[in-house]
Design a protein around this ligand. Structure first.
Ligand code: SF4
Length: 452
């Protein structure tokens, strides 16, 4: 007879937003793993968590629509515990419970470790709880916290942000910048490498200001050197550095550390100095372009990606033309382009009136133009790879039904691979046969072509 005592209930987590949220979701699953197993639909779960994002208004719409569905599930199964976490939770706190009284708890970005006790309290019938206090210290993981054996390890090195870009909610939702102890970062990375990770992606809002809050300071560059010594770790990446914080030592990393992948995500946001000033980005276009030159000087094959906001209040045709020009000049490998989304409690939201906003139709047209330009640039750059061989770290299947595998080359370009006997975690040499604007496709083992 099979005993039921070891069968765990299910936990479902819906994650919106950035890689920092993905990392927090990993933490939550592990924090609950003594009692709950990860399931893939809310219907199967006894605990449902929504890890929210408030960077754009769209994220909040998605939350509202998911809560509508969860309300129905709760009506059918009263025992299910529903928690809201992440940036919207931090921002809205008690309001979420007022608007949606069926939510059992709301947990902000600094209080994830409370989730197991809040879940238990909810199961025991306690009233809805809200935990959104900021903490100055790093909320570290319980001893033994390790991720599943993903080949790409996400490791957080920094929380919060001191920059106050006028459009951004992060300083409100994640608080002041706090760096994580270097030895803790190394410990987590080593554990994940022991479990099969070959690549680490270090996460922070402005990674290159890491360690300035320590006394004495601990430079970001020293952290990278420390991690590069880990045996078995083959690739190091990070996201995102801030242009204002780029120093010569940072640029030198791309020359000195072979494990550092030749890719940088360097957010630009706008190609107009006037708009950058209104955004409070603290750099000029001239300085940004100088950084790009210096980086390419030490690593000519460097892949560069960026973020652009289109339709920031008061953006004129001239400002937009400046942005298009920079995109043409830099020739980014990929761009993440967004329409400006006014967010509560941000400087831009306080500073501008509705009449300062760019009309939605105009902003959407600009966005389309920008995306088209970037697609052409990306396609042209990717086409140059046809016939070349790249080392690809295989991360998984392209989709549930596809036999194609997918991974990334050192430039962080997505590569789909056709071939036999390929396993997740393999580092394989793939010859590129096809290029699109968003990735490459190749074959393994590579077939040598006889021209004779
Ligand atoms: S650097 Fe600016 S955009 Fe990035 S998280 Fe900080 S405030 Fe937000």
């Amino acid at each position: 007879m099979i005993s039921n005592t070891n069968i765990k209930s299910g936990v479902y987590i819906k994650t919106f937003g950035c890689q920092m949220n993905e990392y927090d979701t990993e933490k939550m699953l592990l924090l609950l793993s003594d009692s709950y197993a990860h399931v893939h639909t809310p219907e199967e779960a006894e605990v449902v968590l929504i890890n929210t994002c408030s960077v754009r208004e769209k994220g909040e719409h998605k939350l509202r629509s998911l809560l509508g569905k969860l309300k129905q599930i709760k009506q059918l199964k009263e025992s299910v515990v529903i928690g809201v976490t992440g940036c919207v939770a931090q921002q809205e706190g008690h309001n979420l419970i007022k608007k949606h009284p069926f939510i059992n708890f709301v947990v902000g970005t600094h209080n994830l470790s409370l989730i197991p006790s809040l879940t238990k309290a909810a199961k025991d019938g306690s009233a809805p709880q809200v935990a959104i206090d900021y903490r100055d210290e790093w909320e570290d993981l319980p001893d033994g916290f390790i991720s599943n054996s993903s080949v790409r390890a996400l490791v957080s090195i920094q929380r919060g942000c001191n920059k106050n870009c006028s459009f951004c909610v992060v300083p409100n939702t994640r608080g002041k910048e706090v760096s994580r102890a270097p030895d803790e970062i190394e410990r987590e990375t080593r554990l994940k490498v022991r479990l099969g990770a070959k690549e680490v992606l270090l996460l922070g809002q402005t990674v290159n200001s890491y360690g300035r809050d320590f006394n004495p300071k601990y430079p970001f560059e020293r952290l990278i050197e420390q991690l590069a010594k880990i045996e078995g770790l083959e690739r190091i990446r990070f996201t995102s550095p801030h242009p204002q914080e780029v120093r010569p030592e940072f640029i030198k990393l791309y020359k000195d550390i072979p494990k550092l992948c030749p890719h940088i995500h360097l957010p630009l946001q706008s190609g107009s100095d006037r708009i950058l000033k209104l955004m409070n980005r603290n750099y000029h276009i001239k300085r940004y372009l100088k950084i790009v030159d210096l980086l390419r000087g030490v690593r000519p094959d460097l892949a560069i990606t960026s973020d652009i906001i289109v339709g920031f209040p008061t953006e004129t045709e001239r400002d937009f033309a400046d942005t298009m020009k920079i995109i043409e000049d830099v020739k980014y490998n990929l761009l993440y382009c967004f329409l400006y989304s006014p967010r509560p409690k941000t400087e831009a939201n306080k500073q501008f009136r509705t009449t300062d906003g760019v009309l939605h139709d105009i902003a959407s047209k600009r966005l389309q133009q920008l995306q088209q330009l970037q697609e052409d640039i990306s396609l042209n750059l990717n086409k140059k790879s046809i016939g070349s061989s790249f080392q690809v770290l295989v991360e998984g299947h392209k989709s549930k039904i596809s036999s194609l595998m997918k991974g990334r080359n050192i430039y962080n370009i997505l590569v789909e691979v056709l071939g036999d006997n390929i396993s997740i975690g393999d580092m394989i040499d793939v010859v590129v046969e096809h290029a699109g604007p968003y990735g490459l496709r190749g074959r393994y083992p590579s077939v040598s072509v006889c021209n004779g």
